[in-house]
Design a protein around this ligand. Structure first.
Ligand code: ATP
Ligand code: MG
Length: 757
């Protein structure tokens, strides 16, 4: 195969080589981003197998995400051929699941156990609370689960909680016990259990532990800074004296504290495992010096860190880019404009990434990508309108417009939970079929439905009422008001607040973002008195059109992801959006609520984001933005002002002023000449909205920002709109036109969104 020890010196620097060839003693590689830590792990495995004759199945490599595991497996297949596939490469959790499936019977776990995700956990906890005689009002299931999860991450059982100082420790301990019993009964484990029960297995079945000890002669752990206490304990069980253990990590990239990760593990490693050899790597192979300097300027402000300074032979590279937009919509459009310019210069879409702090920010970006015809994928996250919670809210709104939409009714009749179970729903559906009316109509006449108790009838009627009330709000007001009414009246908002987990709050954030999207739609589309379509109906139609082009596009795509998901990855060009106070750093890390450690973690997140870029880093911000459907004006992020102006190409000044950013932005825009026809084929550009075929096709260039010239359009001419198709212009008024689309009605739209046909 392709691996040969003799070639290593040409592939690795001296320190990397030392780490790869290092013997059995515990090994810790401590180094900054892009210095080749992951590369060391890969080559070390290859060397163990090829040069030292270690059977591949005796090696366990632990990565932080499944995606990282896949990438490493691919590299090893390349280096070792088939044998590369025999190495165990997985996350801690996946390894736990795999071992428990084989050996779990020793602790009473059936082979076919199921793994519960967060929503499963929640419904189980609700049942536990009910059975224990607590009302939902008294104890929030989400809060209890959070406490249990935290305990599990620290390897604590119910007994440990009882003896804690917290006054309600006994209560949580009691619920913890009941919850575990319920899991056992269901033959299920939750995420935390995948590790904790493995621990239990190793403790109760020493023979099993002994087998795995002998089996995993070598254990290599990537991203060690984000391990939690249980993971460390498991490692200590498997590798008591640390022989054969290798960990790599960077304290500056610890970004999962909120999930129980403990960066102290990295620092304590040499004390836990005597004779640890520590190797530091300082040369960065990924980024330009300018990008490294910017990252260093941000992270250097954190106290309590191991000082590391990276250098590179890659040269200074181009100055940082910057985009200052008035609104988040403009920000998204301008990011896409610049990406189009890069694609024309020949950059591969898969070498471009756009990052954001929270999932909800992806919505506006996705729309801009679709409008701009640039293929994209949302990495480790669902496309905004595909998210379950967004679909729920849309279902309520669709019901408000079309009460006979039974699919939507069935989807949300028990969301949030209102005691209408599967059996009741079945009876209602049967009645609907019998009577030939809609599900909502059946609910309204629930008293006539056979087999329903009085309480069930009452709940069904309440649901029909609810739909009626949302419809009323929708008929009167704008799309934004309708969306907000649906969010509140449906009880979804209250339910997520009640749940209170990070995941629930993030879902709620997405729903509020959706309300913001509807408000924005209203602002851009004045209702027309002649129009027979309500703003809500038009808005829903636009979403439906946005929703379905995604999967038909194959080939390389630009990656959109949260900063957290970007760990370990690299791209030629990175756009970091939403560089604003309260967005990034996130509002939860600021002011009254923010602990100083949270701000430090945001800083590390910024460091992670910057250091993903190989050649080009563009920082963008919007001066105003809808957050939770409310217009906010945020100052530029403090992380921007930490970056020395010279890195943006401003030589003779000490500090960056907001006006400078705008200036850099303009100069850059001009330099890119976004409108220029430079002879490159728009190979990658795809028409999402009006072209159903997957083949790329040419698309008119977007107008340059400053002089977005309106196409010459007059009344009586046909024109094409990305969402509505071809319509007939009835009147032109400044930069807007009134145009009638078949099946949609009369719309007022900005000229620049139209294309002559
Ligand atoms: P992170 O902290 O972001 O996870 P890392 O330390 O794991 O980064 P790698 O991803 O292993 O760094 O390496 C960064 C890039 O530099 C990769 O593209 C890798 O192939 C390349 N690289 C690392 N070392 C060398 C080397 N000695 N010669 C050439 N390329 C190298
Ligand atoms: Mg890495």
């Amino acid at each position: 195969m392709t691996f040969d020890r003799a070639t290593l010196p040409s592939l690795l620097n001296r320190e990397q080589l030392e780490a790869v060839l290092h013997g059995e003693d515990p090994l810790l590689v401590l180094a900054g981003a892009g210095s080749g830590k992951t590369r060391v792990i890969t080559y070390r495995i290859a060397d163990l197998v090829r040069s030292r004759g270690v059977p591949p199945w005796k090696i366990l490599a632990v990565t932080f995400t499944n995606k990282a595991a896949e990438e490493m497996r691919e590299r090893l297949l390349g280096l070792l051929g088939e044998e590369g596939g025999e190495v165990w490469i997985s996350t801690f959790h996946a390894a736990g699941a795999r071992i428990l499936r084989r050996e779990g019977e020793a602790i009473g776990l059936p082979r076919s156990f199921v793994v519960y995700d967060e929503s499963d956990q929640l419904s189980l906890m609700k049942r536990v609370l009910e059975a224990a005689g607590y009302e939902k009002r008294q104890i929030s299931p989400g809060v209890v689960l959070r406490r249990i999860d935290a305990a599990k991450n620290h390897g604590l059982g119910p007994d440990d909680l009882e003896s804690e100082d917290e006054a309600d420790g006994w209560l949580v301990a009691d619920l913890y016990r009941r919850y575990q019993a319920a899991l056992r009964e269901a033959g299920a484990v939750d995420f935390g259990d995948l590790l904790l029960r493995l621990f239990e297995l190793f403790e109760t079945a020493p023979d099993v532990l002994e087998r795995y000890r002998r089996r995993f002669e070598y254990v290599l752990v990537d991203e060690f800074q984000d391990t939690n206490d249980v993971q460390l304990r498991l490692l200590r069980m498997l590798k008591e004296d640390g022989r054969g253990l290798c960990a790599v990590g960077d304290d500056d990239q610890s970004i999962y504290r909120w999930r129980g990760a403990n960066v102290e593990n990295l620092l304590a490693f040499p004390e836990i495992f005597p004779n640890t050899r520590i190797i530091k790597l300082e040369q960065n192979y990924r980024s330009t010096q300018i990008i490294l300097d910017a990252a260093h300027a941000v992270i250097a402000k954190n106290p309590h860190r191991m000082e590391k300074k990276l250098w590179t032979r890659n040269g200074p590279g181009e100055p940082l880019g910057c985009i200052v937009a008035r609104t988040e919509r403009e920000e998204a459009e301008r990011v896409v404009d610049r990406i189009r310019a890069s694609l024309r210069r020949g950059v591969d879409p898969s070498e471009i990434a756009v990052f954001y702090r929270t999932n909800a920010q992806s919505r506006v970006l996705e729309e801009a990508f679709r409008l701009g015809g640039v293929p994209y994928q949302v990495v480790r996250g669902r496309s905004f309108y595909e998210r379950a919670e967004v679909k729920d809210l849309v279902a309520y709104l669709r019901l408000a417009v079309h009460p006979h939409s039974d699919v939507d009714a069935a989807r949300v009749i028990n969301k949030p939970a209102r005691g209408i179970g599967a059996t009741t729903l079945g009876r209602l559906q049967a009645a609907a079929a019998d009577w030939g009316v809609s599900l909502v109509e059946v609910c309204r006449q629930a008293a006539q439905v056979p087999g329903l108790s009085a309480a069930q009838q009452q709940r069904a009627r309440a649901f029909a009422d609810l739909v009626g009330r949302i419809a009323l709000a929708a008929a009167e007001g704008a799309a934004g008001d309708a969306a907000e009414a649906a969010l509140v009246l449906s009880g979804l908002e209250a339910a997520y607040l009640d749940e209170g987990t990070d995941e629930a709050l993030e879902r709620l954030e997405n729903l509020r973002e959706f309300v913001g999207a509807a408000r924005e739609w209203d602002a851009r589309h004045q209702p027309d008195p002649d129009d027979d379509v309500t703003p809500l109906a038009a808005f829903l139609e636009q979403i439906a059109l946005l929703g379905d082009a995604d999967d038909r596009v194959s080939g390389p795509k630009v990656s959109l992801m949260t900063l957290h998901a970007s760990k370990g990855l690299e791209f030629e060009e990175v756009y970091l959006t939403g560089m604003e106070e309260s967005v990034f750093p996130h509002v939860r890390a600021l002011g009254l609520f923010g602990a100083p450690e949270s701000l430090e973690e945001e800083r590390r997140l910024c460091y992670v984001g910057f250091t993903r870029a190989k050649k080009r880093l563009v920082l963008s911000l919007a001066q105003s933005r809808y957050i939770f459907g409310e217009l906010r004006f945020n100052a530029p992020s403090r992380f921007l002002s930490d970056v020395p102006p010279r890195l943006f190409g401003l030589e003779d000044q000490e500090r960056l002023r907001p006006a400078d950013l705008e200036e850099i932005d303009e100069v850059e825009d001009a330099a890119f000449d976004l409108d220029e026809d430079d002879g490159f084929e728009d190979d990658y550009v795809i028409d999402y909205a009006w072209d159903q075929r997957p083949e790329p096709r040419k698309r008119p260039k977007p107008p340059r920002k400053k002089e977005r010239e309106a196409p010459a359009l007059r009344a009586g001419m046909p024109a094409r709109h990305a969402s509505f198709g071809v319509g007939m212009i009835e009147a032109v008024d400044g930069d807007k036109v009134s145009i009638r689309f078949p099946g949609v009605g009369l719309k007022r739209v900005m000229i620049r969104f139209l294309e002559p046909v």
